[in-house]
Write a protein that binds this ligand. Structure first.
Ligand SMILES: [Mg+2]
Length: 268
């Protein structure tokens, strides 16, 4: 593929987008194709790639490992939706001040809801005594791993009901893990911060995702080249349609390759 169109920044969600998660097998061929696309774009335009995930920063080594298994290495990692880390050699260094401001916002948000979150945790623990609390001192109080999928799904549904329509929290589930994460910063904000760091115009920014917390970066305010994978949630599709973006017919990484191909071949 010879890219015809300049793409300065690629922002991809991780779970459900670059990675299928769970036991879903994805053909290595798709990862090879994505690697080739990145190589061509980097060679032609110095394109940067950011993995933009809602996962907690403690998951970064795991994510990097999974990417490395496919020979992939991003230039930036955005964790917890908005905390930015830049690759320097084999290490990732934080955007100190930016990350600090997100941390501060998160602290204030948690303080506002502390009592309510604690009460919710107490009742989850009472109902699911074998649930393992993963939050610890990590600034996400409510984060559990359950011993059955059913329990995780039930708690996810309950949290979604309980915190429906609120902008201060996102509910996440990966397999048997469920967490209630404060939305101190959005993926859209992080992508805009990265674009300004790279001196990239919004029209040259490509973003793709599948979940609710991706919508802020699948917005013309953050990116000009917007896409979602075939397995995207309904509200994500709606957002991408509204932005006149690209809805891939492939799932996960296959959809990423397809969308990137669509935009890279498109004349500006
Ligand atoms: Mg996702």
């Amino acid at each position: 593929m010879r890219p015809a169109r300049r793409i300065a920044l690629i922002g991809t969600d991780f779970d459900g987008t670059v990675f299928a998660g769970g036991d879903t097998m994805v053909s290595a061929e798709h990862y090879r194709a994505f690697r080739r696309q990145l190589q061509h774009l980097r060679g032609a335009f110095g394109t940067h790639w950011a993995v933009v995930t809602g996962r907690h920063v403690s998951a970064m080594p795991l994510l990097l490992n999974e990417l490395l298994m496919h020979g992939l290495s991003p230039d930036f990692m955005v964790m917890e939706d908005a905390r930015i880390y830049r690759r320097r050699g084999s290490r990732f260094r934080p955007f100190w001040w930016w990350n600090f401001s997100i941390w501060l916002r998160r602290r204030r948000q948690l303080a506002r809801h502390r009592e309510r979150v604690r009460a919710t945790m107490a009742s989850i623990q009472a109902e699911h005594p074998t649930a393992v609390s993963m939050g610890g001192n990590r600034m996400i109080d409510l984060w559990y791993e359950f011993d059955a999928d059913g329990a995780a799904v039930a708690v996810e549904r309950r949290l979604l009901d309980q915190f429906a329509g609120e902008t201060d929290f996102f509910v996440f589930r990966w397999g048997r893990e469920v967490c209630l994460a404060p939305t101190a910063g959005t993926k859209g904000e992080a992508v805009r911060r990265l674009a300004s760091e790279l001196g990239a115009h919004r029209r040259d920014v490509f973003t793709i995702g599948d979940g609710q917390n991706d919508i802020s970066m699948l917005d013309p305010v953050a990116a000009g080249l917007i896409a979602c994978v075939a397995n995207a949630q309904d509200e994500v599709r709606v957002a991408v349609e509204r932005a006149k973006g690209f809805i891939a017919s492939g799932q996960h990484i296959a959809g990423v390759v397809e969308a990137l191909h669509f935009y890279a071949q498109k004349k500006a």
